[in-house]
Design a protein around this ligand. Structure first.
Ligand code: CP
Ligand code: NVA
Length: 305
């Protein structure tokens, strides 16, 4: 295992599968209220430069269930990269806590944090990627489908941090991944080339939603304007309206295809109420699995699982 969990691309298929095995084990224990204080006496600083519900709640609760302690540092606390240099706070926190989780804007900052911290660093989202989310997502697909054979995933919308992490995953686990974004909003080019060069998955980028969802097992979407892009929201709404995941579009996917969204959702924009509230939607299972997967990641990084 690497010291840190910054990108799915840094992990092997075997390591990813080992995280899922531990996730299933810890989830079972949690469901049966079986104590699993494998990180007893350990603590984690959680640095948030952006807002969060799921990430904070799932990491904080997860660390508590592991017998450890997690402390929340709000966007006003450290002022990472502004009030204090990233490399300084990395070394300071390493003197207090056994592990760090951070949600930052600039991906270069999480890399720097990991470089200078002597303890493990977990990426809780940057402008570039969102690895814990996609680990929870694919674990959720595995739970529902029981296997990942012949999997077609279509991501519709902005080529953002969530899309980039799906592409990172496709470099490790075989799938047919289609990213359907309007022109000018495609995912990161370097990430695409890297994954395509691994020859593990087929990764397509298209701008045609109907063709993209054809025969899909999973239709995934995310907000059109991510945190930090609020001023572009109206302009993006105009560009993305054709990319809404609605009942009409879902007719073109495989019957019973799963609908996924990392949440928070802007209902009525990227996804309609009808679709997100439908039987096909597994958005709350994926939200729940954030906690189980992250507990496994914490335990692995702390060499306790
Ligand atoms: N999906 C996700 O990361 O949610 P939050 O932004 O609420 O943490
Ligand atoms: N792309 C979204 C994901 C939120 C979990 C954002 O960065 O705001």
């Amino acid at each position: 295992m690497n010291k840190d969990f910054i990108s799915i691309a840094d992990y092997t298929k075997q390591e990813i599968e080992a995280i899922f095995n531990l996730t299933a084990e810890l989830k079972e224990k949690t469901k049966h209220a079986e104590e699993h204080h494998i990180c007893k006496g350990m603590s984690m600083s959680m640095i948030f430069a952006k807002p969060s519900a799921r990430t904070r709640i799932s990491f904080e609760t997860g660390m508590y269930q592991l017998g450890g302690y997690a402390l929340y540092l709000s966007p006003n606390d450290i002022g990472i990269g502004k009030r204090e240099a990233v490399k300084d706070i990395a070394q300071v926190i390493s003197r207090y806590n056994q592990i760090i989780m951070a949600r930052l804007f600039d991906h270069a900052h999480i890399l720097e944090l990991a470089e200078y911290a002597t303890v493990p660093v977990i990426n809780g989202l940057t402008d570039y990627n969102h690895p814990c989310q996609i680990m929870a997502d694919i674990f959720t697909v595995l739970e529902h489908r029981k296997h990942l054979n012949d999997l077609k995933v279509t991501y519709i919308g902005d080529g953002n941090n969530v899309a980039n992490s799906w592409i990172n995953l496709a470099a490790k686990l075989p799938m047919h991944l289609v990213i359907c974004s309007p022109s000018g909003y495609e995912p990161d080019n370097k990430t695409l080339s890297y994954t395509r060069n691994q020859n593990i998955s087929t990764v397509e980028v298209t701008s045609n939603p109907v063709a993209a969802v054809k025969d899909s097992d999973v239709v995934y979407t995310d907000v059109w304007a991510s945190m930090g892009q609020e001023s572009e929201a109206q302009e993006r709404r105009n560009v993305f309206m054709k990319y809404q995941v609605n009942s009409e579009l879902m007719k073109h996917a495989r019957p019973g295809a799963y609908v996924m969204h990392c949440l928070p959702a802007h209902r009525g924009d990227e996804i309609t109420d009808e679709v997100i509230d439908s039987k096909q939607s597994i958005v709350f299972d994926e939200a729940e699995n954030r906690m189980h997967v992250q507990k496994a990641i914490i335990a692995k990084l702390l060499k306790q699982g």
